[in-house]
Design a protein around this ligand. Sequence first.
Ligand code: GDP
Ligand code: CA
Length: 316
Amino acid sequence: MRITVLAGGVGAARFLRGLRAAVPDADITVIGNTGDDFTPFGLHVSPDLDTVMYTLGGGISEEQGWGRAGESHVVLGELAAYGAGPDWFGLGDLDLATHILRTQLLLAGRSLSEVTAALCQRWQPGVTLLPMSDDPVRTHVTVDLDGREQVLHFQEWWVRLHAAVPASRIEPVGAARARPAPGVLEAIAAADFVLFPPSNPVVSIGVILAVPGIAEAVRAKTVVGVSPIIGGAPVRGMADACLTAIGVATSATAVAAHYGPDLLDGWLVDTQDKDAADAPELAGIAIQARPLYMTSVAAAAQIAQAAVELAGQVRR
Ligand code: GDP
Ligand code: CA
């Protein structure tokens, strides 16, 4: 079985760990969001790729859901002593090694997909991890701050401001000119079906779909998604602030309607949201309700198993 998954960070990584356990023999390709990438201290950080790589490779901090287990912050402390910023992004010492090496390899002329493959040599995530594009895409957020309109990098809005300042616009800058990374369209075309994990519909899945060619390729396949919204709220993080910015309500039904029946064939909602099955705007999408909290690897595996089974039922 070949499965291709579009992935953000923590929601995707936990789902993927379950998927790998549920279908150990499947050939899984993960297409990771790079719109969150940024370059503090000149280092190329790819938060979503790293979250997937560390989680599947056994190096993740379970408590945080991102970053390395057993982390220290000596380097960041030294930088702060120089008064150097940003001081709001938790770059741990172990994690810094990844960013230093990624930056070095990029500066030596390797592409982000080559670098990602090189880093995965160490972590052996058990999936093929591809960045959505080797071209730069940076998600920018427009906010009204200090009495004027400002455009911030996504990380500054999300991490420094905790997305507490309403966004009037979220734009994946560079996406329109970006090309899918080598292997991305091929992996989608070769897949038996495509899964959307419970990732942020706007700044994770939405940004991947904004790379020309990817949405078209996905639309041609059977697609099953898992709702990141349960009972009208994100399970963690501030996805509600992203949905509000694009005029989509924070509900499992509204997110599925936003993707639309052209894209989605099946949609898993939490038991709390079982009424989605009767929503007229979701006609044409097979809705199934089941517990969707990924409280353990076993719970995530059951959700992944349900997604795989639903894909088998709705397969075009
Ligand atoms: P990020 O890049 O780290 O923000 O991660 P993603 O985009 O992959 O996923 C973020 C989304 O995962 C958020 O909208 C959460 O609501 C969702 N999420 C996190 N944990 C769970 C869970 O246990 N169950 C479900 N259904 N969604 C979850
Ligand atoms: Ca992310």
